[in-house]
Design a protein around this ligand. Sequence first.
Ligand code: C2O
Length: 330
Amino acid sequence: KPKHVILTPNLTTCHKSLSDADRPVYCCPPKRESLEPIIDFKFPDISEPIRVRKPSHKVDADYIAKYNRAIAIMKSLPYNDPRNYMRQANMHCIYCTGAYNQQNSNSLLKIHRSWMFFPWHRMMIYFHGHLIGDENFALPFWNWDSPEGMFIPDMYLNGSMIDTQRDSSHLPPQVADINYDYFERGLGPEDQISTNVAFLYNQMVSGAKKTELFMGCSYKSGENGFCDGPGTIEVAPHNALHTWVGTFYSAARDPIFYAHHANIDRLWNVWNELRGNKPAIEDSDWLDSTFYIHNEKSQLVRIKIRDVLDSTKLRYAYENVENVWLNARP
Ligand code: C2O
């Protein structure tokens, strides 16, 4: 009987891959990660302050200036340094396009369109947030599920936060269509907002009653392990807003990526709270799935999904905001 293999990348296999537009891309690190020492993830000490992520339309000028400077520094680091801004984006590219094979298999490893979606992105933005080099710094979240947050936040319109690939017809004051699919609905602001709120109720509550519907399908290791069944939120607002912003393929090069994913990460917590924080998935194939991500000291860290299920243990939290859509039951 073959040994049971969990989903984990084989770090010696990084290769050319295909973007979502089927363009060949090469996102691999310059040095062989497989030759680097690897350390196991450890929870931060409980004496560390809880970093509170705030809505990006509510942060102050000092915060924005500090974050802008941090991004500018990350952009100026040599590509050899895993903290380099483009390296961060390319790590997303590696896992997005399947640039690693799985351990003991020729199958590609991909982290979208399945139950890998929420935990993998939580890991990525967790480590990214620590690169800012301030133990009180917390990433902002793009609060697009709240009427005041349904615009590209102002902080992403200046300095190192700009990405020129964005769709210029979707800049403020345009209200986001959180279920966008390359088709302009042409609704006025009020109607677009209420359409968004009703849609969120569906994605978070009425359409997400079963675990697989919200979390996505069960992706396991090996030849036949891949499943293609993204959860409600992954399809929209997640995919839809990447498309609406206009930077889908190169998503993680746009600083707004981290705020977009922070809100998705927050909604994962909200969905869990709505079901009384009962463990949603107890399958050890999922819990033990393992990834490798560099930390702020440029050490390569081995981390499992079971390590990231409780954001309090990771010493971060979200500022409490009203989830307006909770009252939008049709
Ligand atoms: Cu990995 Cu928003 O995508």
